[in-house]
Design a protein around this ligand. Structure first.
Ligand code: MG
Length: 392
């Protein structure tokens, strides 16, 4: 039986795990977290990430990040951190690849719109939806719904959660009720997510012409690396310049995360995984100086990129599509495709009318950007009033 690769006693370990919700035999040549990672990669939800928006709608250009390439970048950063801190790389990779599986089409605009639609039915939250995808919605295995992943992978996917929702989520909800921490692998993946999107959004934002190098020079994290690159390679062409700056920014943030967290871990004198869970605060952390610089960068991106009128127009249209689809389905369930309708009816048997709205929410959340747009066209565009167009 393959051994887990961790080398410190506070790294997650499949032998000490609570394990899976449904008992299964141990894989022959993999550890349990490798199996989780492989199940995630083979899931339908993972393939859909290719056509879901990160910030820019998927069809706007082939070079922009999608949820899929974002998830790969997160996994790449997270694995480097895990290896250096001697934590479980396979678990880290599994969490990173699964962390965005529950995202709606059209990024945060889509999530906000769906949450508004679901206000009277428990709301919509993408972390909880990611858990729902891996626990329930994937239909691949004969003996259970979902992917039946290990406890540590599932808790890593559920990054945040309100106390109210935590009460309904069983074992992975407990830590929010009892103020316990998640594994270090889960913590570091969360930070890696932030490092990935802060940096690739700069790259995408420049490519899209929404922000410029000149604007970014106001930001310390960027300016410092700009000066380093400019001094070493004066007159470098802009494409290379941007990449040389961003790769250094990622490196500075990763190194800060590793150094600060390593110090925190040493100070805490950990002896077991339980010691991590019982800490008052997360041990993975950026330094205070890095937190301040990161805050400055995030403020900049919020104001100049995420709230840019061109992004806002896209978000507005995306929200209209989600809302229109939701209302159309609620008003007439018979326009739902057969499989989605069956899903709603199954949920209705268990949860009454709330089951129907949750089923519609699952259907919409699972859509890719382009599927949502096509579905909207099929339902609302009178020029598509032909049997061929109405039935894909
Ligand atoms: Mg993410």
């Amino acid at each position: 039986m393959p051994e887990s690769t961790q080398r410190v006693n506070y790294a997650s370990n499949d032998k000490q795990s609570i394990g899976r919700r449904y008992q299964e035999s141990h894989p022959t040549y993999r550890n349990q977290y490798q199996r989780d990672r492989d199940r995630i990669i083979h899931s339908a939800a993972f393939r859909r990430l290719e056509y879901k928006t990160q910030v820019f709608v998927n069809h706007e250009g082939d070079l922009f990040r999608t949820r899929l390439t974002h998830s790969l970048e997160v996994a790449q950063i997270a694995r480097s951190v895990a290896r250096e801190l001697q934590l479980h790389e396979d678990l880290t990779e599994a969490i990173a690849l699964a962390h965005d599986l529950g995202h709606t089409p059209f990024g945060h605009a889509g999530q906000t719109a769906l949450n508004n639609c679901m206000q009277d039915s428990g709301g919509f939250e993408h972390n909880i939806q990611s858990l729902r995808v891996i626990d329930k919605l994937e239909q691949k295995y004969a003996e259970f719904d979902g992917l039946n992943l290990m406890f540590e992978t599932r808790e890593g996917v559920l990054k945040h959660c309100s106390k109210f929702n935590a009460g309904n989520l069983g074992d992975v909800g407990q830590r929010f009720l009892h103020k316990k921490q998640a594994s270090l692998e889960a913590q570091l993946t969360d930070f890696s997510d932030e490092i990935a999107y802060n940096n690739h959004d700069i790259d995408d934002g420049i490519r899209y012409g929404l922000i410029s190098i000149n604007d970014l020079l106001k930001i310390e994290l960027f300016r410092k690396q700009y000066d380093v690159v400019n001094k070493q390679y004066p007159g470098l062409d802009e494409k290379k310049l941007i990449h040389e700056i961003i790769r250094r920014m990622i490196n500075v943030m990763v190194v800060d995360l590793i150094d600060t967290s390593r110090q925190n871990i040493a100070n805490a004198r950990l002896d077991s995984i339980e010691d991590i869970r019982n800490q008052a605060q997360r041990l993975m952390a950026f330094s205070e100086q890095m937190n301040a610089k990161k805050h400055e960068l995030k403020q900049f991106l919020r104001k100049n990129l995420y709230q840019h009128y061109r992004v806002h127009r896209m978000s507005k249209k995306a929200a209209d599509v989600i809302e229109a689809l939701f209302n159309a389905f609620i008003n007439d369930l018979k326009i739902l495709p057969t499989e989605a309708l069956q899903h709603c009816q199954t949920l209705k048997e268990k949860h009454g009318d709330a089951g129907i709205t949750r089923g519609i929410s699952d259907y919409i959340a699972g859509m890719t950007d382009r599927y949502a747009i096509v579905e909207y066209e099929r339902i609302f565009n009178p020029r598509q009033l032909s049997f061929v167009n109405l039935h894909p």
